[in-house]
Design a binder for this molecule. Structure first.
Ligand SMILES: Nc1nc2c(ncn2[C@@H]2O[C@H](COP(=O)(O)OP(=O)(O)OP(=O)(O)O)[C@@H](O)[C@H]2O)c(=O)[nH]1
Length: 111
């Protein structure tokens, strides 16, 4: 098999408790976990896909939404991923408004 493997790194971003870890588990393992704890720093999970014979490896970087982890960790990852998924909780409007701060930080990090 000579097909190349493509690697894509995705960053999960959003306020604490919006479901980033659960969504990451769902995408990578197929199931929502029954119990999760607040992420500390950054976790990492993978999913291998086969799309029309192309091998694709998704790397999902699941970050901590808690403020105290934000500055130190996230800037580095913003520079080193292909895409950022901004996650919010549909029944918590504050978590949607909270994305503004995360997006502003992304642009600061890129400078
Ligand atoms: N009802 C409901 N609860 C959810 C859903 N996704 C996650 N939860 C719950 O919300 C809580 C927080 O989920 P996490 O996935 O840890 O959230 P997070 O964004 O990773 O949180 P941090 O690690 O603190 O940034 C947990 O108790 C989950 O069980 C969902 O789609 N529906």
């Amino acid at each position: 098999n000579t097909s190349e493997q493509y690697d894509f790194a995705l960053l999960m971003i959003g306020d604490s408790g919006v479901g980033k870890t659960c969504l990451t588990h769902r995408i990578c393992g197929g199931q929502f976990p029954s119990r999760v704890e607040a992420t500390i720093g950054v976790d990492f999970r993978e999913r291998l896909l086969d799309i029309d014979g192309e091998k694709i490896k998704l790397q999902l970087w699941d970050t901590a939404g808690q403020e105290r982890f934000r500055k130190s960790m996230v800037q580095h990852y913003y520079r080193n991923v292909h895409a950022v998924l901004f996650i919010y909780d549909v029944i918590c409007p504050g978590s949607f408004n909270g994305l503004i701060a995360w997006i502003e930080e992304l642009y600061h990090g890129k400078q």
